[in-house]
Design a protein around this ligand. Structure first.
Ligand code: CTP
Length: 405
């Protein structure tokens, strides 16, 4: 066990899901690592796991009700009187696990009709949420929108896993295992501010090339890789500008967002935002071609096939490689054959400092997944990474950037 948690004050909020029983293990891990743990349960959670068990494991009485005079847990804030506020001030981090769809929705709306929610609304410490619920509830647009809202407000989400669910269904929704939650928190406290003083521009998402007022050419990019790069850099202390096409994922706070739709708009915005940058990472899936002529009115159906002449867009990465003076430049390469050789060729021809190679045909890699399998190639080193989350890939990329500077 890692002693980075020694002395850390961990507030654990438990809501009413069957995976609440697994929190006993998580509390054990934190206590063994030397952390101080205080636990708040919702009344529903207390039906799934005994507050007594969690009190014994955490060496402290569990808090459930807002107005329970016999509750010893008030001890930590009796001085100030407003104990829901003080719980939030006491903690270094507030983890809500399992977090039900109901609690997530209430947090989003600022509802505070139980003690856990009141603490959440008053908390100044970072909040980490581990959702756990049935597959259909998790996939419901309302829940997805709520989770995205939390992300955009800076709440950290530990995503649920796929597997057997209490409902008998199989699919996504199982709470992340206690070991994963523990590792996430260790990672969180170990994070260095090693990118402080670095000014980084990241691009993300697809571009859209309009054909007429209702149609466009685009691609499958969600923007997830670029957004995770921006998130990781900001968390490590960098000043981050994200130039993005239409994204399908939320952007966390503390990142300057510059929107662009077409490849040429993205090119223009990048040039405007290059000043004082130390690193540019081109993770956007920029269109290589656009319609040669834009039709201002909708193109009508006609007999026979429609031929749509396309013309090349500017290769932004190549332009930056030719014109770079002070900043490092990282590009991405999507290759499906002769991958390493093709990526090395791009690294050289486009004058890059590093290229991140990925093959979208590999399982769990490429577009629209939370994970990726990449190879990092610079002038001296080729490093194949295993299957990692895009956030982990992002951190590896910045580790290599620091080695190169
Ligand atoms: N890129 C760019 N401008 C474009 C097209 C791509 O800056 N007009 C950047 C992407 O952001 C990515 C890199 O180029 O960082 C590689 O894109 P990829 O599609 O793999 O390669 P291409 O160079 O476009 O070549 P090809 O499609 O022939 O493999």
């Amino acid at each position: 066990m890692n002693n980075i948690l020694a002395g850390k004050k961990i507030l654990l909020g438990v809501t009413g899901g069957i995976s609440a029983y697994k929190i006993c293990y998580l509390v054990r891990f934190f206590i063994k690592a030397g952390a101080e743990v205080r636990i708040i349960m919702t009344p529903a959670a207390a039906k799934f796991v005994s507050p007594l068990a969690l009190s014994v494991l955490s060496n402290y009485k569990v808090a459930i009700n807002m107005f329970d005079d016999s509750d010893d847990s008030k001890k930590i804030c009796v001085e100030a009187g407003t104990w829901h506020v003080n719980y939030g001030l006491w903690a270094d981090v507030f983890i809500i696990a399992p977090a039900t769809a109901n609690t997530i929705a209430k947090i989003v709306c600022g509802i505070s009709d139980n003690f856990l929610l009141s603490v959440c609304l008053a908390a100044r410490c970072p909040i980490v949420v581990a959702p756990a619920m049935d597959k259909d509830m998790y996939e419901n647009k309302i829940t997805q929108n709520n989770i995205n809202t939390l992300i955009s407000r800076g709440v950290k989400i530990i995503p649920p896993a796929e597997g057997e669910l209490a409902s008998g269904l199989c699919g996504i929704g199982r709470m992340a295992e206690p070991e994963e939650i523990y590792d996430f928190i260790v990672d969180y406290f170990s994070k260095k501010s090693d990118l402080k003083g670095h000014n980084i521009l990241v691009t993300a998402g697809p571009t859209r090339e309009n054909i007429d007022p209702v149609r466009f050419i685009s691609n499958n990019s969600s923007g997830k890789m670029g957004v995770e790069l921006a998130r990781a850099a900001a968390e490590r202390g960098a000043k981050v500008t994200l130039v993005c096409g239409p994204l399908s994922v939320p952007v966390p706070p503390d990142i300057k967002i510059v929107h662009a739709v077409s490849a040429s708009q993205m090119f223009g915005e990048i040039k405007k935002n290059l000043k004082e940058k130390n690193l540019v990472v081109m993770a956007a899936a920029v269109a290589d071609f656009k319609p040669a002529v834009y039709s201002p009115s909708k193109i009508k159906k006609q007999n026979g096939n429609l031929l749509l002449p396309l013309e090349k867009t500017t290769d932004i990465l190549e332009f930056l490689g030719k014109n770079k003076k002070k900043f490092k430049l990282f590009g991405f390469a999507l290759e499906t054959e002769n991958e390493i050789a093709n990526a090395k060729k791009k690294l050289k021809e486009k004058n890059l400092d590093m290229i991140v190679l990925n093959n979208p045909l590999q399982k769990n890699a490429g577009f629209n997944t939370d994970t990726n399998i990449v190879t990092l190639i610079d002038k001296k080193k080729t490093e194949k990474l295993p299957l990692l989350t895009k956030y982990e890939v992002a951190n590896k990329i910045f580790d290599r950037y620091l080695e190169l500077t």
